[in-house]
Write a protein that binds this ligand. Structure first.
Ligand code: F2R
Ligand code: MG
Ligand code: MG
Length: 351
């Protein structure tokens, strides 16, 4: 694609943040449940249909930690006109103490307490101490990374470096950090593609594999059993996407890619959901590929809000805001704020 039309790019910025919000809000009710039965998938289908219906006056669905932290990342980038690790750490802590009941990870709250107690003198120490010094391998660094992918979309090196540094505030385990980097690269790739052209899912995956090849280097000599676990997962993903017919059963997808709270077993799953939803999925009745992405992600069970949010961020960056149904979005808390943040990021990133 040549130089992208500015209106399309603006719509893609909005699509990515609103897609992330939508996945989080709609997935939150199901978080922690097993992979769903056919009956439960029908319940989810009906729930989405109802939300999309014109006259449904349901209460607005609240967002969780995924969106609270995404908002904090976006606000910090905007207020500092770029990345400032201490500023972002303060944003996370402030956001947490204002609304501690947003369903934060059990471990990450310890980081917030320690950061507040050390008055941000040591911004990276608390995260390093997590899980007996192993660091968190949770998907918290990945679930909030969309604003960084957007802000630095023109400079891949800076984007990767910033995705890494923002993770380090709470997550230091290599797979927690590399998951955030992979999610950022997937959003950037989607942002730069033309949604009017058919997406080459194999090429999309191969590009991710090539990028992770540069990232997954065991620089610290950790002697890992699998030194490139994301490449391994992405190769599994590629095989799943290429299966004939209606594709693999959901059980196989969950078994191979995972659906849990670890970054390694959720980021590739979110990417798979986006790629799979390029085509109709028999159990999911909608013509809208963005809704299909989010609904499919949630139907896999497990960490539904986070996988839904990450898949929504990638899909929204590809399709743009036009593919997000306003009837659904009006049921998601603070969507106006997320649109405003996307516009501010767009202006800064394209200035
Ligand atoms: N916390 C949740 N869901 C729990 C239920 C919420 C419920 N609906 C409610 O409202 O109360 N979801 C959120 O947490 C995930 C992101 O977590 P994050 O930010 O990565 O946090 P943390 O605590 O660092 O890691 C999460 C868990 O992963 C396990 N873990 C991490 N590193 C580990 C290690 N090195 N060894 C062993 N276990 C490790 C721990 O169980 C952590 O608590 C998202 O799903 C978000 O939606
Ligand atoms: Mg959550
Ligand atoms: Mg979650």
């Amino acid at each position: 694609m040549g130089k992208m039309d500015s209106l399309l790019l603006k719509s893609k910025f909005r699509g990515s943040l609103l897609g992330a919000l939508m996945g989080d809000c709609l997935g939150s009710a199901y978080e922690g449940d097993e992979l769903f039965s056919a009956g439960m998938k029908l319940v989810i289908q009906k729930s989405f249909d109802k939300l999309q219906g014109p006259h449904f006056k349901a209460p607005v669905i609240q967002f969780t930690d995924d969106s609270a932290m995404t908002r904090a990342v976006a606000e910090s980038l905007i207020e500092c006109t770029g990345f400032d690790q201490t500023h972002m750490a303060k944003k996370f802590v402030k956001s947490y103490y204002l609304e501690p009941n947003r369903g934060y990870g059990a471990g990450v709250t310890t980081v917030f307490h320690k950061l507040r107690n050390n008055k941000f003198v040591d911004v990276l120490g608390p995260a390093r101490e997590q899980f007996n010094g192993e660091g968190s391998l949770g998907n918290g660094g990945a679930m909030r990374v969309a604003p960084i992918a957007l802000f630095y979309y023109k400079n891949s090196e800076l984007m990767v470096d910033t995705a890494r540094k923002q993770s380090h505030i709470t997550h230091t385990h290599k797979t927690g950090v590399d998951g955030a980097i992979l999610q950022a690269i997937a959003i950037q790739q989607s942002l730069l593609l033309d949604p009017k052209e058919e997406l080459d899912t194999c090429k999309f995956t191969d590009n991710l594999i090539n990028e992770m090849d540069k990232i997954e280097i065991d620089e610290e000599g950790l002697g890992l059993v699998d030194p490139s676990p994301y490449k391994t997962q992405l190769k599994l993903l590629r095989n799943l996407i290429c299966e004939d017919g209606d594709g693999p059963h959901d059980e196989k997808v969950v078994h191979q890619l995972g659906n849990d709270v670890s970054a390694l077993h959720s980021v590739p799953t979110a990417i798979y959901c986006f790629l799979k939803a390029q085509k109709p999925i028999p159990a999911i009745q909608t013509e809208n590929p963005l809704r299909r992405t989010v609904q499919y992600a949630i139907s896999l069970g497990g960490d539904t809000d986070t996988i839904g949010s990450m898949a929504g961020a990638i899909a929204g960056a590809f399709y743009g805001e036009e593919m997000i149904r306003p009837e659904i979005l009006k049921h998601c808390e603070t969507s106006d704020k997320f649109r405003e943040l996307a516009d501010q990021l767009f202006h800064l990133a394209t200035a």
